[in-house]
Design a protein around this ligand. Structure first.
Ligand code: PBG
Length: 326
């Protein structure tokens, strides 16, 4: 039941900023934001050409950046590693002195309660650039990959990671990681699963940032078909049954319907990943003066929250937290 004009006048509650603020349904808070960081073995900072404002950073610079983000109120950082060398089995992904493992420890020394999330995947660490081991025929081999992902997750927890985020899209990896964490004494370490991850062209700039482009073929045999939404629900439920604590949908803006359904149907905490291509498009149009970057950014973030996301992973986290704090 709803009152009609002139009993109801929609404009009454829009007359001043104070009134609008009182009835505002959705907000973006810095603590909801997760900032991805690219950790490299090299010294210093190295700009990523396709992502203005984003840099690959040494372990030390990563810790500095994490401290800066914490001071701005950002809730968490999400670490990706660029290893010294790559091989067929992604050895540095689960090395105790790997670049991400070192960065976790360094961040923990510099920060108070910033949440440190680690991405678990093999694609940055394998010489072929795929997210798992290969069969002799060149197919990504699901089951033998699980053990390596579980080893990576445990090595991250040992370094002090607060939250483990597998992004590989192998079937059964949440269960494998949960079991390995539990057996290693990390039963309290939660998992944020990239449960609904599409084979998306919006990841283009990331592959420059993380040096993780597949050397042949594509990821369509393990990441999802962008045409499918029902299947996304199956992926979400599968990971929940295997022990995921937070469900991620990725990318964000082109998949708001999926975010909405996952939130509605599962009631689990939902994270949305505003990915590299989404970031670079806004930056490019903003730099040319074609859009008002800050306003479009805020509207974009609100739309992702309105769709149902509790958390947003975005390269804009620092800039946005600074804007919100002004
Ligand atoms: C690794 C991974 C990717 C992203 C996050 N983790 C790349 C991919 O799947 O190819 C993409 C993030 C972004 O584009 O911002 N599997």
């Amino acid at each position: 039941m709803m009152a009609r004009f002139p009993v109801y006048r929609a404009r009454r509650l829009r007359r001043s900023e104070r009134l609008r603020a009182m009835v505002r349904e959705t907000s973006v808070d810095p603590t909801d934001l997760i900032a991805p960081l690219f950790v490299t073995f090299q010294e210093g900072r190295h700009p990523v050409e396709a992502m203005p404002g984003v840099e690959q950073m040494s372990v030390k610079e990563t810790a500095n950046e994490a401290a800066r983000l914490e001071a701005l109120g950002v809730g968490a950082v999400l670490l990706f590693g660029i290893p010294e060398s790559k091989d067929a089995v992604g050895s540095e992904a689960y090395a105790s002195d790997g670049v991400v493992q070192q960065a976790v420890a360094a961040i923990k020394e510099r920060t108070n309660d910033l949440v440190v999330v680690t991405d678990v995947c093999l694609c940055e660490y394998t010489d072929h650039g795929h997210c798992g081991l290969l069969t002799p025929e060149g197919e990504v081999d699901n089951d033998p990959t699980l053990e390596l992902l579980a080893r990576s997750a445990v090595s991250h927890a040992e370094a002090g990671a607060d939250l483990i985020a597998p992004s590989d899209m192998m079937d059964g990896r949440v269960a494998a990681i949960r079991e390995a964490l539990d057996e290693s004494g990390y039963a309290q370490t939660p998992i944020m699963s990239y449960a609904v991850k599409y084979a998306s062209a919006f990841y283009g700039p990331f592959r420059e940032a993380a040096g993780s482009a597949p050397q042949f073929g594509d990821r369509k045999a393990y990441q999802m078909d962008p045409a499918n939404a029902d299947e996304g629900l199956r992926e979400a439920w599968m990971d929940i049954e295997e022990g995921a604590d937070i469900i991620m949908v990725k990318p964000a803006l082109p998949y708001l319907d999926v975010i909405h359904r996952v939130k509605r149907e599962t009631d689990y905490p939902v994270a949305a990943y505003h990915v590299s291509g989404e970031y670079s498009m806004l930056k490019a149009a903003g730099e040319r003066g074609w859009i008002d970057e800050e306003r479009v950014l805020l509207e974009t973030m609100l739309s992702i929250k309105r769709a149902g996301a509790d958390l947003i992973i975005t390269y804009y986290a620092g800039q946005l937290a600074a804007m919100l704090g002004e």
